[in-house]
Design a protein around this ligand. Sequence first.
Ligand SMILES: Nc1nc2c(ncn2[C@@H]2O[C@H](COP(=O)(O)OP(=O)(O)OP(=O)(O)O)[C@@H](O)[C@H]2O)c(=O)[nH]1
Ligand SMILES: [Mg+2]
Length: 1144
Amino acid sequence: MRRESRENIQMTKNGSTITCQLVTNTQRGSKSPSPTRAASSSPKRASSAKMSDSRPQSGKSKSPSPSRKSSAKSRSSSRKRDSVSPGGKKSKSPSPNRKGTSSASSRGRSAGKKKVRVKSPSRTQSGLKIRDLSDQGLTAVPPNLLAEKDLGIVNLSGNNLKTLPPEITRWDKLEKLDLSKNYGLRRTKANDNTSLPQEILTLVNLRELIISECNLQRLPTIIWQMTNLHVLDVSRNKINILVPEVGNLSNLRKINLKHTNITSLPPEIVYCQDLEEILLWGNKISTLPETLPELLKLKTLGLNYRDFCGQMDAMREKFLNTGQVKSDYIPQIVFDLPALESLDLEGTKINNMPETTNHGLRELNLSRNFLNVLPRSVYNLNHLTLLNLSDNQFSSLPDELGNLKSLTKLRLANNQIHFLPLTIGNLKNLKELDVSFNRLKRLPINIKGLKNLKYLHAEKNDLTAVPDEICELVELETLNLTENNIHTLPMRLHRLTKLKDAHVYDRYNKHGLWLYKNPLTTPPMEIWRTDKTEKIFDYLKKLAIIKTENLQRQKMLVLGESQCGKSTLMMGLVHGISLSSMEEDDKGRKSKQEDMEDKRRKSYESNIENLVQENGENQPESLPPTNKTEFIEQTIWKTENMVEFVINDFGGDDAYRISYPLFLDANALVLLVYDHSEYSKETHQTSIGQWLDLLSRYTPGVAIKLVGTKTDLCEDSFTVEETEDLVQELVQEHLENYLGKLQMELSNVEKDLKEAISSSNEEYMTHLRNLKEKLEYLISKPVKIIPEIATVSSQEGLPGVSKLINSIELLAIDTELFPHGQRCIPDLWNKLRARLKRRSGYYLSWEVVEKVASISHIKEESLESALQYLHDIGEVMWFKNNPGLSKILFHKPRLLVDLITSLYHHNFEEFFNYDENKIFMSMGKFNKDTFNEAVEIFVKYGQISRPLLSCLWFNHRLTDSKFTELLELMPYLDICYTIPQPEVPTGNNIKLPLMVLPWYNKEMAENDLVEDFEKSPPENIKPITLEYKFPLRLPMGVFERISACLQDYVLSRIDWKNAVYATLEDANFLLLCSASDLSSCDSIELMIKGQSESLPASSIRTISQIIANTLLKVEGLVWKIKAPKDAWLNQVIQFKRKDITTEE
Ligand SMILES: Nc1nc2c(ncn2[C@@H]2O[C@H](COP(=O)(O)OP(=O)(O)OP(=O)(O)O)[C@@H](O)[C@H]2O)c(=O)[nH]1
Ligand SMILES: [Mg+2]
């Protein structure tokens, strides 16, 4: 094979202008004959040759700039290679190797031919021995070789053998015999059979015979009896004629007839019906048998067309060039070989190509001809992967070009093309597009369809601009725009992250971004003349930010497992502070530690003394920060480039999970942070997976940037990159699984719908239709993962942080991700903001909001937009879509956070310290026993008495009226319920619950709860059961929220962690989770028992409405209700959002 390609190059170098190869079997892979690089005298041709040199070549195109990783990989693979034994298959090929030849043969000779050095002790796949005795100067086959058994391959090439001895019959298992370059085998007379003895016919397993370059003038006739042969190589013997007996070799698959001086093939060749490859290079072939297309398996036909063209004088060439003469010298049969995979007609001076029926063609090279149009049939070649039309006379290409969907390489260089067809965007598999040296004024916008394009050569055209759409080609590694008329580069060019280098060569190929010879002003020359695109991209990014008008503050949610490094990263991001500088600060602080402690205590004590103050805005000095974030840390941050963010850094502790949904926002940018140093397949679910699930449930479609922290703890940069790949892979898999589940559910629902049609159960059908719609909506709106993962460390120098800043700045100005992020805001809205902020209290009623709006001259119809804007930029919190809260405005989000933190905290143990914390005594009037009792009730059942609540809210310094106001507000947040206190105080209110937080309830329902419920009075009535099934599981906290919301409608209740039993006016019900572990709950059962046999309609309606309202707040949740038919028919099951009325 190696020699073949060398010949190929030689031929073209010899100046054969009419070289045509009809070649290639796809298995040859990278060894397929590369397009010739013949330099010609015309300047156009010369530049074309250069251009073609700049193309990536198969095999080496994979990684143009060896990243550390790939180099590490290659290091390991080379190590692997080294470890193969010297006799291993790879290193010791049984085929002759020229380089090794000379040295081996000289050594062989000096050894006096006596000792036969066996080079390859390895074995064939079938376990037979391989013996390489090439270039040993042998004049006879050594006896020890003849004595050997189980020989599979014998290489005797490059010796001086005259014949083979009869003893070769012992090689009964021989599969391959190489006798090439044994000039003594020469046979001159017709009946001279000495070179190959009759005994060779006994080698019935012989599949491959190489007898090339033996100076034979006639082939030994015995060959035509070796009908078991699959491969016959007789190349480089001047035999002049191939005898018809070749047709006897009915099993032949490959025949090599290169440089044999033959001028034709005998028609009998078609009897070799299994032929896949005929190599005829280097022969003056003048005709081909008409029967050739009957070889249905022929994939490779190697031909040299020199003689088909005959003598080409200048006049004839001119006629061909101008189309006055048609180039009909290439026999039609060439275009009629149905299995042919590669047709290479480079430089054959054709100006016309007939219709082709080579349906199997994968590669078609028509470069360096006089073509300006192609036959229609070419555009139907569905398997075509390479089409080379370079150096022709095309001025345009038809729309049908877009049909060639398998194309991976399209070369159109050196034509006169003015425009590309729009259909070019359909070539989704295209990896390489060469349109250099044409007359293109612009590139079509549809170019963005070429999602897999790696190389785009548009050198030397008339391009005046680069379309913005080019920035969508994120796989691009090379973009050559040299010698055009481009003044400005698109600002989003930085999206082409694989375009790392500029103006460099990868071997002989131009690689990366090439911009020379353009009148570029943006970026200026000192920026674009570089060898790394980073500098160019940085410039363009900054420009993009500066040019972005009306950029509004972007909300950012920082989520991730507790202690993964979120808050530390925020310190780096916002203040540029690393862990070590924090530690320095700490040291300084340490000496003052006791001082601080004292101060803290004093501050609290003084607070207790000055207890009550009317205004809730004046916050007491907060506790020195603990390590873990308390619920949410809010910061406003303006980058150096003036992009503003409001950061919500969430505490990752489980304690805050129930309250997350209040602060999640689909319009925000999510930084999903995980510990990169600890990441693995095993930790994926906790560190990333569960957060993706959470976001998919609450904020479908939200944009997520993954950030891996603590890279300083990773072994090395290679591990960092390897982990990055793993994250990409598992995140992709995670989302595919999620979408797969939705798809599966959708097909289930469609099936259910079909079945339900016959039941005429309209209400159930509507439920299913809603479900179907929801599923379709969710499938169309998966979370958007930003492709590039950021990896950072908060150690000295903050590696990776500035890159992260850069990338989130760009995300903020991305209008596709955040269409609301750039808008013109009326001045009045800012006035409204200021006025609202000046108000005191925890929240504002709608009445007050309207009043403030009216003072600020905000019209009623624009109030909603104004509030939404203030919500988006984090100035207020307005739960527009939450029925209970839509008419309330949290004008100071910090206070809402504090309020929630006072009830949900990761470290209550520290707070509940009776001896240390005097508020329990002073505020709650607890003694140690009553205190312990109150705390136990709280941590076990989530029940909080008034005195305990006063202590928890102590920090807020509430007046009685404020206390009551907040108490009324809290249930609207769905995280707790309150219990009205008896009008007449009943003694010790320490045990009397005032507020209940179902989240804290630790008591599990007994196993026989259902049985008990069934038996409960009235015993003779069977309960009705509704089952809510959640194919994607119920997110944490939802059951607790349902439990909280039930409160307003029940007369009495008993709560467990996983169940609620309650009484209503006309019924009792039991609500029960399928799994005792709420994090894996995939169904909830609602059992209702009425007073009589008739359906407890009003109760079902109320409870199912409460459940529906709570579930509907989780935008990405899907559920299916299973219920008795009569419940559906009576329309008592509620599944849409409605106000709840308890009356019938
Ligand atoms: N070595 C190393 N340690 C880090 C890095 N970032 C954070 N840490 C340490 O990780 C621990 C947790 O960091 P935090 O930033 O508080 O974690 P968090 O994600 O905000 O945690 P929660 O607030 O509980 O959700 C601290 O002890 C940090 O010192 C880092 O880049 N390298
Ligand atoms: Mg934190």
